[in-house]
Every structure is written in structure tokens, then in C-alpha cells.
Design a binder for this molecule. Structure first.
Ligand code: ACM
Length: 772
């Protein structure tokens, strides 16, 4: 079992295990074209095109868009080591040509279609728009990258399934560099994704320079820390955390995106998720007392803009600068999770509500959003908001972004409004992507690559006419517990590639295994671009169970995607495609060193795993192999601030620190230790006061160990006192319990702890015969 996400150890290795060839590598072997997202129509031509002497491109006969796109293609080929392929020569080499003509004109929206014809004497990309040229060139690049100089003759005719193919990134909770944003835009373009929804403001940070209101960034752009130290005094303070994007940076980003057929859709949150701007300009808030400090916790804060004229003037000034920076047709204004306590408690706001003849605060939010929408529409733009804008009545032209499942999108489409689907299950990429114990922090449960790929984006509840209101789909990532750019990459890639295929390729036929076969080449190209995608779908997971006298274990190997064959060794030697093939649970003598890796043919998938298997490791359960006691899903979080490579990630269940070890083999042990850690209570809930850490005086806290269920017989009590106010991970002293027989669930419940600390159970370590 790999306890920690070994960022420092694993990532520099990159995708070395993925051979430079692709699963479908040579032109001869190809029975389909290895392009992601899969093109709409593909047919095989005769023969192959010989590119050993290069591919000529004649700028003198090409239009300006074609020259620009050819230059872009040249850049892509350079990233994959194929920079020498394109020549300016017009003699003796096959030619790349662009033809300006319509391929498939869509019923609505921009024409992004193209055709790509690879024949024996050259390549022709045809399209009616620069976007079509671009997408033709990207498909061509994917066919040529890492190729041996021959490409099969194909004819592709391609067009998108959806107009809106989006990725949302939260740059408010944790901010990413301009360089990272550009890398993300590159990846998006290479997968024909065309909307970058940029979440720029939230309670914990305001990230866009507004020249008229400098305090938005000077004050609202910084908070005291990333998160509070989890125990007072146990970490050196991290200092202010924050920053913002200057208008100059934003102009560069918008222009870079536009070159890649990506529209940047800014999000300016209102009326809630507004603590940062209201700390900067408290006069526009609704709180009884003006806000004075930036928050360091997560969750839903109660701070709302006040619905008065001065606030609208303030917001309109902001939106004016926003619209100058972002040419996007759509402006996103949030609208989610606005809890209305402050509006309910504020007499002036209540007076306004009654004066407007509104019956409740939801109606007041509707009125608020409609007023903003009128301003946005008057500037020739459209408003989009999260699905809560449906509550209290939807304003006339608004587009709804459905995140709490599909209902918002369905309701909007039935009312004749456009909708974009980004339901949290499965299109939030801040959820974990596998059950592996070395996944970085993320929300439970798992949104796997297959979940994303197989998402049904055309709800059966809608008639064909209503379905035309579904503009498209979007993968969204929130960054409360996704602190760094490498983590954002791990969560986004390759789920964004699966999303791209969902968003672009026709509904049927769709084959996840075929996608998994095309994906290694895609991952290799991402690695070439310096990205660090997750390999979770391919990597081997090993589960060992002690058998017999405890000197052997039965080891089950699996991969999430189940592509290819798993090969393994248990004698300490490195694993290769000629190592034994896994066919059934292994019986291994303990202790053993396992190496395992999946292969598709000779192509290694992911990275090899290495595990020391002992009786103790086979009995041990990591926090993420334990079930939560109740129904509440946890969040996998890590202690903060980041200190070193070995950061444990815990399954945190705020409502109740309690977990179950399923089917413990109680014939094998009568003693155990528990590893614990703690984090502060940092989630706001519906505006409730957070418990204060100064209340953290309880020293009576303990972990009660019950057999069979959490109300079963009490087996042992593990005092938490040794871990109180301690730094890092603590292993509590071992406890013994009376001998039991057979397999039983064991419940571990924290009791008697103060409310300000959230205890997390990091692992349960039974102590078997070899440790007594
Ligand atoms: C959201 O996840 N609050 C839109």
C-alpha cells in the first residue's frame, strides 16, 4: 500500500513507462484513426502517404488564416519532436493545402467543422472558418506526432456535437500562474475545447484587477494564510496568500485563447460568495457590522451584496471593465449558494423587499439578477449563472449552468432557456478519480474517467426541441483543497480529454475501451508539453489478504480501466512485458516485494508499482480504505501548509469522525494501533459561527472501538490525549482487546472531542503474530 502521494518521487519519472509509440502506432496497423476527440466521420483511403522527406507548405498560395494555422501546427509538431517535418519547399515533397469551403454548416452557432484528407500525394484541410482550419490541423498533428514518417490515407469529416465545450477553473481559492493558464489553454485547444470559464472572484479572493476599485485586489486579493495552521503554533505562519491577474495579463490570456478558438468566460460572483469584495468595500454589503478581515476557511459564507442602488453602480462599474477585457458573448455572474440570512435580518433590505412587492428573499435574488442581466444585455452580452438563479423565477434571457445534478438544466430547457451541463457527478473534477490510496486531495465519491466519458448529456426528460437548449457540457474544478498547479493538472488531465470526447464526438457509437487505447498517445503528447496528467486509470492496485498461518497472502491485482494485461514479479526483479501475466489471485510467501504494471501489447500503461507486502501491511487499512460510518461523503484533505513530500491525505468527514474497518480478520490480532491527525474546523456551514479554537480544551477525547457496528460491544478505548495539540501524524499507543473469532466489522468513533478540531483517522494497524 502506498501511504502517501509521492509527488517528489513519482512525477519526475513522467510517463517514461509509456513507450514512445502509441498503442495504435504504425500506419499499417491502424484500423481507426487515433485522434482525441474521435472525429465524427472517418473513412480509410488507399495506401499511405510518405512523409520521410517532409511535408511542404507554400505560404504564397495560402490565405492568412491558413498561414497562421500552419504556423500553429508547426509549433505543435515541435512539442512532440516532429519539428523538422514541415518544409517551405514546394518541390519533391507532398504538400499541405488549406481549402476555404464549408463542410458541415451547423444549425446554430459558429461553424467549427472541417475535413481532412490524407491522400497519396498530399494533405488537404477544408473549412469555412479559421476554427475549422485549426481543428483540422490539430487532428493532423495527432496523426503525425511520434510517427515514423508514414501516415495512412484517411478522409475525416468532422464537426462538434456541442457548441459549448468547457472547462471551469477556480483561481480564487488557490491561484494559478499565467504560464499555467496558457498551458491549460493549449491543452484545451488540442482537445477542441472552446470555452474557458474562469472563476475569478469568491469569498476567499478577488483575482481580477479593476482599475476603478483598487482595494478589490489590494485587500480582497490576499488572505492571511492558505488555510489556518491545524494546531495553534505548530507551524510557522505562511504569511499572506494571494495575488491577482493584471489587466495586461488578462488581455494576453484572452488573445492567446482566441488564437486557439477559445472564448474566456469570466465569472464575477454575486450576490453571494462575495466576502473578499465586501471586506474591500464593506459599504456594499448586507452584514450588520462591516466586514474587516479576509476569511481563511472554506464552505459557504453568509456575506451578500446589499440590493441597493449604490451596489448596482459599483457592480456595473466592475462589469464595464470586465466586458472591456473579455469579448465573450456570455458573462457569468455566479448566483450560487447565496444564503439569505443577512437579507432576512437587515431592516433596510426587508423594507426594500416589501417596497418592490416581492414575497421572499429568493424573489429578491431574482430581482437582483434580473437587474444585472438588463445591464449585461444592454451591452450586447448574455448572462449565465449557476442553477440557483432558477429559484424565485428566472430572468428573461438567462442561461443556466446546471451543477446540482441535471435538474437545473432540465428545468431551464423546459422553460425555453439555454443550459450548460456541469453536474457535480460526474463533471466536477475536484472529486477524486479513483479509489487508489495515493490519489491527491479531492472530494468523495469518485468521478472516474469512465464516468465522465459515459455521461448522458441529453436527458431523456427533454423533447428533441427542448434538447436544442442544451448548449453543451463543461468539466469544472474547484480549488479549496487543490493547492498547487501540479495537483490541478492531476485532477484535470486526462478527465478533460474524456470530457472533450463527450462534448465533441457524436453520441454513438462510443466505446470507452477504444478511448483507453487512444489515450496513451494523448498522455505522451501532454507529457511532451510538460504536463503531469494522472495515470490512475491504468495503474495497478494491489490488495493483499493474509491466508493460512499468516505466512502467505492472497494478492488481487486490478486496474481501474481494465485495459491490457497486468504483468508482475514477486522476486524483487523489475517488471516487464515478459514478466508473468496476472490471471488469478496470487499466493505469495511473506514478506514479498511486488512489482506490477499493465501492458497493452508491448506498450506499458502508467508507471510500475512497487509494494512491500508483509502480514502487517496486509492487515493495515489506510483512512481511504475505511468506510465512513454514516452516509456523509468525505473530503480527502491534507494537512496544510505544504511542508514536504510526505503529506498524508485524509478522508475527512466533518459531521462525524468515525469509520469502519470492514471484515476485520479477528482470528489474527488482539492488539492494534491507530494513526491520527487533525485539521481545524474550516468549513463554514450555512453561515453558522465556526467553533473557536480557544474552546479546544477537551482532553477526554478518545476513539471508541466497537465490534460489528458502531452500537455493538465496546472492545477498546484509545485515548486521544497523546495526539492533542501535536504536529503532524501521531501513532497512538497500542491497545489490546479480548480475543474474538471470525471476520467482523470494527467501528472506530471519536468521542468527547471539542468541536474546533476535526480528528482524522489516518490508519488502523492491527498487530499480527509477527509483531507481538
Ligand atoms: C457551485 O459548485 N457552488 C457552483
Amino acid at each position: 500500500m502506498r501511504m502517501f502521494w509521492k509527488i517528489g518521487l513519482l512525477l519526475p519519472l513522467g510517463l517514461v513507462a509509456i513507450a514512445s509509440g502509441t498503442v495504435k502506432s504504425s500506419a499499417q496497423q491502424q484500423d481507426s484513426v487515433s485522434v482525441i476527440p474521435e472525429p465524427a466521420h472517418v473513412s480509410r483511403g488507399n495506401g499511405t502517404l510518405d512523409l520521410r522527406h517532409g511535408l511542404g507548405f507554400d505560404t504564397s498560395v495560402a490565405d492568412a488564416d491558413a498561414v497562421g494555422v500552419a504556423r500553429y501546427l508547426q509549433g505543435l509538431l515541435a512539442t512532440t519532436g516532429d519539428g523538422g517535418l514541415m518544409k517551405s519547399s514546394t518541390k519533391g515533397v507532398p504538400q499541405l493545402r488549406f481549402a476555404h469551403r464549408a463542410v458541415h454548416v451547423p444549425r446554430a452557432g459558429e461553424d467549427e467543422s472541417y475535413s481532412l484528407e490524407v491522400g497519396a500525394d498530399g494533405i488537404v484541410i477544408a473549412a469555412s472558418s479559421r476554427a475549422g482550419y485549426l481543428y483540422g490541423a490539430i487532428s493532423l498533428w495527432q496523426m503525425l506526432a511520434h510517427n515514423s514518417g508514414e501516415v495512412a490515407a484517411w478522409r475525416i469529416e468532422d464537426e462538434p456535437r456541442f457548441r459549448w465545450r468547457g472547462i471551469m477553473l477556480d483561481s480564487a481559492r488557490h491561484m494559478q500562474s499565467e504560464k499555467f493558464i496558457l498551458q491549460l489553454l493549449d491543452y484545451m485547444a488540442e482537445h477542441k475545447l472552446n470555452r474557458f470559464h474562469w472563476h475569478l472572484t469568491d469569498d476567499q479572493g478577488w483575482r481580477i484587477e479593476i482599475t476603478r476599485y483598487p482595494r478589490l485586489t489590494a485587500v480582497g486579493g490576499y488572505r492571511p494564510q492558505t488555510m489556518p495552521p491545524y494546531q495553534p503554533g505548530s507551524f510557522a505562519p505562511t504569511g499572506p496568500y494571494g495575488g491577482f491577474y493584471t489587466q495586461e495579463q488578462i488581455r494576453r490570456i484572452v488573445a492567446y485563447a482566441r488564437e486557439r478558438n477559445i472564448t474566456v468566460v469570466p465569472e464575477i460572483e454575486m450576490p453571494g460568495h462575495a466576502t473578499a469584495p465586501l471586506v474591500a468595500y464593506p459599504e456594499y454589503g448586507s452584514a450588520a457590522k462591516p466586514l474587516t478581515s479576509m476569511p481563511v476557511g472554506w464552505g459557504i459564507y453568509p456575506n451578500l451584496y446589499s440590493p441597493k442602488d449604490a451596489t448596482f453602480a459599483f457592480l456595473e462599474d466592475i462589469l464595464t471593465e470586465v466586458m472591456e477585457l473579455f469579448p465573450s458573448e456570455y458573462i457569468h455572474v455566479g448566483g450560487d449558494e447565496a444564503i439569505k440570512n443577512q437579507w432576512k435580518e437587515n431592516p433596510e433590505i426587508q423594507q426594500k423587499l416589501h417596497a418592490l412587492g416581492l414575497h421572499d428573499e429568493d424573489a429578491l435574488q431574482s430581482w437582483f439578477m434580473a437587474r444585472i442581466e438588463k445591464f449585461i444585455n444592454a451591452h450586447g452580452r448574455k448572462m449565465v449563472g449557476w442553477d440557483e438563479i432558477l429559484q424565485g423565477g428566472l430572468s428573461q434571457n438567462a442561461t443556466v449552468m446546471s451543477w446540482r445534478g441535471m435538474q437545473g438544466g432540465i428545468a431551464a430547457a423546459k422553460q425555453g432557456h439555454d443550459a450548460i451541463l456541469t453536474p457535480n457527478r460526474p463533471l466536477y473534477f475536484n472529486y477524486r478519480q479513483s479509489e487508489a490510496t495515493d490519489e491527491p486531495a479531492g472530494r468523495d465519491p469518485v468521478n472516474s474517467l469512465a464516468d465522465v466519458y459515459n455521461f448522458q448529456a441529453q436527458p431523456a426528460e427533454l423533447t428533441p426541441a427542448e434538447q436544442t437548449h442544451i448548449l453543451g457540457v463543461q468539466g469544472s474544478i474547484w480549488t479549496e483543497y487543490i493547492l498547487t498547479e501540479d495537483r490541478v493538472q492531476h485532477m484535470l488531465f486526462p478527465r478533460a480529454a474524456a470530457l472533450a470526447e463527450l462534448a465533441w464526438s457524436p453520441t454513438a457509437p462510443k466505446d470507452f475501451m477504444d478511448f483507453l487505447q487512444r489515450l496513451p498517445a494523448d498522455l505522451k503528447r501532454a507529457e511532451d508539453a510538460g504536463l503531469e496528467p494522472a495515470l490512475s486509470v491504468y495503474e495497478v492496485e494491489a490488495h493483499a489478504m493474509p491466508v493460512g498461518a499468516g505466512d502467505h497472502a492472497s494478492v488481487i491485482l486490478s486496474t481501474q480501466g481494465a485495459l491490457g494485461q497486468i504483468h508482475y514479479t514477486v522476486d524483487g526483479s523489475q517488471v516487464s512485458a515478459t514478466s508473468p501475466t496476472y490471471r488469478e489471485p496470487l499466493s505469495v510467501r511473506l514478506p514479498a516485494t511486488l512489482h506490477a504494471l499493465a501492458f497493452e501489447g508491448n506498450t506499458a500503461l502508467g508507471r510500475p508499482i512497487t509494494q512491500q507486502i508483509t502480514l502487517a501491511s496486509a492487515l493495515r487499512r489506510d483512512s481511504r480504505e475505511l468506510d465512513p460510518c454514516g452516509n456523509s461523503a468525505g473530503i480527502q484533505m491534507e494537512q496544510d501548509p505544504i511542508r514536504n513530500a510526505e503529506r498524508p491525505v485524509f478522508r475527512v468527514v466533518y459531521s462525524r469522525p468515525c469509520c469502519v474497518y470492514r471484515k476485520a480478520d479477528l482470528d489474527r490480532f488482539t492488539r492494534l494501533t491507530v494513526g491520527v491527525g487533525s485539521i481545524p474546523y474550516i468549513f463554514q456551514s450555512q453561515g453558522k459561527q465556526l467553533p473557536s479554537r480557544s474552546d479546544a480544551t477537551s482532553t477526554q477525547a478518545q476513539i471508541a472501538v466497537h465490534i460489528d457496528s458502531c452500537t455493538g460491544e465496546l472492545l477498546a478505548k484509545v485515548p486521544l490525549q497523546p495526539a492533542y495539540r501535536k504536529d503532524g501524524l501521531i501513532t497512538l499507543p497500542a491497545v489490546s482487546f479480548p480475543r474474538q473469532t471470525g471476520q467482523h466489522d470494527m467501528c472506530f468513533a471519536v468521542e468527547g472531542a471539542d468541536a474546533a478540531t476535526v480528528w482524522v483517522l489516518n490508519y488502523i494497524q492491527p498487530m499480527g503474530g509477527d509483531e507481538r
